[in-house]
Design a protein. Structure first.
Length: 128
């Protein structure tokens, strides 16, 4: 009885970890297997500025298309950042610029900075 309970607990833990890290695990799955599961397609990386512009990661205030026209040699935007922006766009149902602002405010909050850019630490010197 104790053996089967421990097997069940270990299996449950393994399933929970696989669910938690599914985005990382899917990147290691071979392409022939991915083709059988079309819902994993949203995890494909956007490697170039052209791919990112076609996916909607551009606006008047953040013009990736200008980088394409100028022949920018960089690989593109940060992949983790683009995935976070896409997640915010889906979750909050906002446009690209609003999703970027929400993501930046989340980064600020995690680092103890207010949305205005001032530190939240009461000991911080902001005026001389």
């Amino acid at each position: 009885m104790l053996f089967w309970l421990s097997v069940l607990a270990l299996s449950t833990l393994l399933v929970m970890l696989m669910f938690r890290y599914r985005a990382t695990l899917v990147s290691h799955v071979p392409n022939p297997i991915k083709s059988f599961f079309p819902r994993f397609d949203h995890y494909t990386p956007l490697a170039t500025f052209e791919d990112q512009a076609n996916a909607g990661l551009t606006s008047e205030s953040f013009d990736i298309e200008a980088n394409i026209e100028e022949g920018d040699s960089r690989a593109g935007l940060d992949e983790r950042g683009t995935q976070e922006v896409f997640a915010i766009m889906r979750r909050e149902r906002v446009n690209f610029d609003q999703a970027r602002l929400i993501r930046q405010n989340e980064i600020f909050a995690a680092n103890g900075i207010s949305p205005s850019g001032l530190p939240l630490d009461s000991k911080a010197v902001t005026r001389l």
